[in-house]
Write a protein that binds this ligand. Structure first.
Ligand SMILES: [Fe+2]
Length: 132
């Protein structure tokens, strides 16, 4: 069973973005499971790298749709995306150098700031516009 499950109440009113959010939940769950299984540092780093790559294309898709729908909160939302990406990229680098701990630093950030705050709160704000 997944630890952090996407729920229909998180829907942002767009099927493609909802699928991408579900995939993000899945990748973060996989990362958590890899860590719980005690997998090697390199496989955990690879999982984090795939999360970063997926996120980059997901944010780009979300931003394109917000622009297309002339979402008034676009600039602030884009800044949050840039900050999230900067932070997760920095964690990836620090993890490579053995300066960051996935369980203590990276996962709480991914789960709290990202899944629980960005997707379920911030992203929900553009939902009425996209589903209109
Ligand atoms: Fe977003």
């Amino acid at each position: 069973m997944d630890l952090f499950e996407w729920d229909a109440e998180y829907s942002v009113g767009n099927g493609e973005l909802d699928r991408q959010h579900q995939r993000l939940f899945q990748i973060i769950n996989e990362l958590y499971a890899a860590l719980a299984r005690g997998e090697t540092q390199s496989s955990v780093e690879r999982a984090l790298q795939s999360l970063i790559e997926y996120t980059r294309s997901h944010f780009a898709a979300e931003e394109a749709l917000m622009l297309q729908h002339k979402y008034p909160g676009y600039a602030a939302h884009k800044r949050m995306h840039d900050q999230l990406l900067d932070k997760v990229t920095e964690y990836g680098l620090r993890l490579n150098q053995g300066e960051s701990d996935l369980a203590a630093d990276v996962l709480p950030f991914l789960i709290g700031d990202w899944l629980m705050n960005h997707i379920t709160v911030t992203d929900k704000k553009y939902a009425p516009l996209l589903s209109a």
